[in-house]
Unconditional design. Structure first.
Length: 446
């Protein structure tokens, strides 16, 4: 891409360091600057139209340009643009949203606690767990188990939970006391001749071995996404979650379901917790909670988690944790309106109606000579490319991604897997165009 002097791209290169970007490559090539969005489409600053096949970052459930969210934000901005939730203060939208989330939860939950990002929600969950263990007179019960390829964010604690090398390398992470157990990606990690059932059994045994090695009395919690997203869209095999949950129960280990991607309809139920019949003590929510029109995240905690923490806060005099914009009234008002749209338009029903087509078109691509595996559930999926001579691991994915961008489709390259996670408002003919473009891009790569 040639960058014109004084263009947005040139100013971006001059002044802006980006998240998750090779900074030197950005200095050389510039960024793709988006200007506006409408439905499932975004337009760059040269007017080129793209299907946003990733809902931004797995998040714009109701699509771009949703005026009801703009109006909800504007109404709240003029009424009370900000108020905090520290020291027994509150604001209307945060109260209403807390009530709504607790009522929506598919398992009994007592309270909602607000933060601004998925990372902060998971970070807060771990701090709550440490606080709770101290409150319960079990200061040794602090270790946390996460999974290889799990993604839980980037704050020092959340990046430690994340099981991906780029989140640890050169950051001196993970922090001590955070461990990673096996990833339930059957095709990638099965042993030769191992059945899916035997693989599940081995994943469960590896978790149990880790707990026993560390000492069950020292392990406080396990965190997992119902379906791994940023690790490559990994849907666990049948039997995986029941086997994992049985072990957590056996050793009195709390379960945090990271619903940051799965929450609010993505897998064909309102929460991944329902799709996989989970019994979490914590649910962490973000992204589709507000379709990312405003930054907001929430933790839902059950009474078993809440009660000791509440007692300890009474003993100390405060629960010494929280961020300035927690329960931000504008973000909460937007989240409430967004959830109302998801419910009124039955977007979960739309996911269920379109999932068979989405998954079968993805599965057809598995037959392409360049592909090795299609995987997904609901309206989330990924196609993994087969290794190819002349290309190092992780090179083909970004190459295909660029071809798709040329053709007006935004996906996400995760190594050599291309992920799709379109807005939940997508319709059948748009889905066809999306997959036709995917297929045509594969043919270019051929
Ligand atoms: N948890 C999951 C499952 C995620 O996918 C993400 C972000 O992609 C996070 C947590 C972190 O959220 P954030 O980027 O808002 O900090």
């Amino acid at each position: 891409m040639t960058v014109q002097p004084n263009s947005m791209e040139a100013r971006d290169k001059a002044y802006h360091m980006h998240s998750y970007t090779n900074a030197r490559a950005l200095e050389r090539d510039g960024a793709l600057v988006m200007e506006r969005g409408e439905g499932i489409y975004v337009y760059d600053n040269n007017g080129k139209k793209y299907i946003e096949g990733m809902s931004g970052l797995w998040s714009v459930a109701v699509g771009f340009g949703e005026n009801r969210l703009v109006e909800a934000a504007t109404r709240q901005m003029s009424k009370l643009p900000y108020y905090h939730t520290f020291t027994s203060r509150a604001n209307g939208p945060s109260i209403e949203l807390a009530e709504k989330l607790v009522q929506m939860a598919p398992v009994p939950m007592s309270k909602a606690f607000f933060t601004n990002s998925g990372s902060e929600a998971n970070d807060t969950a771990i701090k709550m767990i440490w606080y709770r263990s101290n409150a319960m007179g079990k200061p040794e019960k602090k270790k946390i188990i996460s999974r290889i390829k799990g993604y839980h964010g980037v704050t020092a604690v959340s990046a430690s939970l994340t099981g991906l090398p780029n989140n640890h390398r050169s950051f001196d992470l993970p922090l001590p006391g955070i461990f990673h157990t096996s990833c339930p990606h059957y095709r990638a990690f099965k042993l030769e001749g191992e059945s899916e059932a035997a693989f599940v059994e081995r994943c469960a045994k590896e978790l149990e071995d880790l707990i026993l090695r560390e000492g069950p009395e020292t392990v406080a919690a396990f965190i997992g996404e119902p379906v791994m997203g940023a690790g490559g869209v990994i849907v666990p095999p049948a039997g995986y979650w029941p086997a994992i949950q049985a072990i957590l129960k056996k050793y009195d280990i709390l379960f945090i379901a990271d619903e940051v991607i799965c929450g609010f309809g993505r897998t064909g139920n309102m929460f991944g917790t329902q799709t996989f019949d989970l019994q979490p003590d914590f649910m962490t929510l973000s992204k589709q909670i507000s379709s990312s029109y405003q930054p907001i995240s929430a933790l839902l905690i059950n009474e078993n988690v809440y009660a000791p923490i509440a007692d300890e806060s009474a003993k100390i005099g405060t629960f010494g944790h929280g961020v300035t914009a927690a329960g931000h009234p504008v973000a909460a008002a937007v989240a409430l309106e967004n959830i109302a749209i998801i419910e009124e338009r039955d977007l979960v029903g739309n996911v269920r109606a379109l999932a068979p087509k989405f998954q079968s078109r993805l599965k057809e691509l598995e037959g392409h000579p360049l592909a090795i595996e299609a995987r997904g559930i609901g309206l989330i999926g990924a196609l993994e490319l087969a290794p190819r001579e002349g290309f190092a691991t992780g090179q083909l994915g970004p190459k295909l991604f660029s071809i798709m961008v040329e053709k007006g489709l935004i996906s996400r390259a995760i190594g050599d897997s291309l992920a799709l996670c379109p807005p939940l408002i997508i319709n059948e003919s748009q889905l066809d165009v999306l997959f036709d473009t995917f297929e045509a891009s594969l043919d270019v790569l051929k």
